[in-house]
Design a protein around this ligand. Structure first.
Ligand code: NAP
Length: 456
């Protein structure tokens, strides 16, 4: 049984029965049987059906927004995820023709030599709760468009999301077995992967979860995409627009109660701007309203689960005990308690503290002064993770030169916390080895097949 405990009040919000191992295997068989006919449909037809499914999700948005608040605590004032969900799916639909096009090396009197892209078969998508629609659609839309059938195993914290997506896609006309929402426990998921059920598995979540998936796939030669955790830095250079930097970086640290894979978790500021940056950051954070996410006034909801809030509390307390300065007065956030976690800004932090090295995934950020680019680059790279980094400067060449030296999947200049569907969403080090969205997303969701045809 999967149980979603609402972070709003700790009540049981939804319960779903997981599939028994035999039911899981049967779902795989249905997906395999359905796949050739799905792949045989014209690309334009697959694109149209996926786009219709996406539009149908949009029609459900008024119901989805409060459902998200109940499941994972995001305030209703932010209006759900349809903007990004639709942007990503629409972009992937638009580039599909080019991304899936044959690469013709030669078509002469004597030879036809061509590389085609063919679907893997059945793709398993394992999705997290923090942006449950947007993270899922990154793979679901291009996988289906590419001619795979898809099984979606969503997070236990957000069990209604997979159901909504399946309902929307089926209403739009996608055959039931082409896109299945499945409730699977970890063991059944691993067993299905180990039994070579899938042509490709895309996992988005924690490092430990990614390791479990990689171990389950060991020796099966199943392709896997792993989009894992991060400890993303922001660096404010001496020539940055300070107001824009502090607004965006603090929003990037605190939005969604800090539960963003590419949320800003640590900030390095050129020393001459340090005091001004910290003062403005404190002012912004003191303006947040922590509370019930169903209240339109709330800007900061509870964390998705009390255990996540407690983990951040422990990291923060440990840093303070080791000498960090906490700048946000708990008296300003009397709602703090349980899953409701007050935001915090820490200075006098160092890389000896877990809060500067381990993923916090909560509304806390440490800020350090740096004397030059070299020190900032060294600190940004002093991390087991490599998802994104956000550099603030008015000099594109400088940002690019710094970017070249940072070990991350994405380098931002003067922005943060955004997935550009035209670019590859990827990471390095413990962030895994995903490669979603963009033309590269299609390449990962298909395999190349070469034709060397000798004419008469
Ligand atoms: P999680 O505990 O790893 O769960 C993510 C998903 O994986 C859930 O569906 C979960 O199922 C499933 N899962 C976990 N362990 C599994 C196992 N051993 N076998 C099968 N399935 C397993 O991560 P989370 O706490 O939900 O998500 C937060 C993490 O995701 C953070 O580290 C965040 O940085 C990362 N994240 C990364 C990206 C990215 O693009 N790089 C995007 C979003 C989030 P259950 O819910 O049923 O346990």
């Amino acid at each position: 049984m999967i149980r979603c405990v609402s972070p709003i009040d700790g009540s049981a919000y939804a319960e779903r029965e997981t599939l028994a191992p035999d039911q899981g295997k049967a779902a795989v068989v249905r997906a395999k049987v359905a796949q050739p006919a799905w792949a045989a449909r014209p690309l334009a037809e697959r694109i149209a059906l996926v786009q219709a499914g996406v539009a149908r999700v949009g029609e459900m948005n008024d119901d989805i927004v409060p459902e998200l608040a109940h499941q994972m605590g995001r305030p209703i004032r932010y209006g759900g995820e349809f903007g990004g969900f639709n942007e990503r799916a629409t972009y992937m639909a638009r580039i599909a023709d080019d991304a899936m096009a044959d690469i013709t090396v030669e078509d002469s009197e004597h030879f036809r030599r061509v590389i085609k892209r063919v679907p893997h078969g059945v793709v398993l998508v394992v999705a997290p709760w923090n942006y449950p629609y947007m993270t899922a659609i990154n793979t679901v839309a291009p996988a289906l468009i590419a001619g795979n059938t898809v099984m979606l195993k969503h997070a236990s914290q957000t069990p209604l999301v997979g159901e909504r997506m399946a309902q929307a896609f089926h209403d739009a006309g996608l055959p039931a077995d082409v896109f299945q929402n499945v409730f699977l426990d970890h063991q059944t998921t691993s067993d299905l992967i180990a039994a070579k059920s899938f042509g490709f598995v895309n996992f988005t979540g924690s490092v430990s979860g990614g390791q479990a998936i990689e171990q389950a796939a060991a020796g099966t030669f199943t392709g896997i995409g792993l989009e894992l955790g991060g400890k993303d830095p922001g660096y404010v250079c001496d020539d940055a627009d300070l107001d824009a930097a502090v607004d965006t970086l603090i929003d990037g640290a605190m939005f969604n109660s800090g539960q963003c894979c590419c949320g800003i978790e640590r900030i390095y500021v050129a020393e001459q701007h340090f005091d001004a940056f910290v003062a403005k950051a404190i002012e912004i954070v003191n303006g947040y309203v922590l509370g019930n996410p169903l209240d339109p006034e709330t800007t900061l909801g509870p964390m998705a689960h009390v255990r996540f809030a407690d983990a951040v509390r422990a990291q923060t307390a440990e840093a303070i005990a080791a000498g960090a300065t906490a700048h946000i007065d708990p008296a300003r956030f009397p709602q703090d308690g349980g899953a409701y976690l007050m935001p915090q800004i820490l200075t006098n932090v160092s890389h000896d503290m877990r809060v500067m090295r381990e993923e916090s995934f909560g509304p806390v950020v440490g800020i350090m002064p740096v004397k030059d680019d070299a020190e900032a680059i060294r600190l940004m790279n002093d991390s087991p993770y490599g998802l994104t980094a956000s550099v603030w400067t008015n000099d594109v060449a400088r940002a690019e030169a710094i970017g070249d030296q940072i070990e991350t999947g994405t380098v931002f200049m003067n922005r943060a916390d955004y997935l550009d569907p035209g670019l590859c969403w990827t990471g390095c080090k413990d962030t895994g080895r995903g490669g979603g969205l963009s033309i590269i997303g299609y390449h990962n969701l298909t395999r190349p097949k070469s034709y060397h045809l000798k004419k008469a």
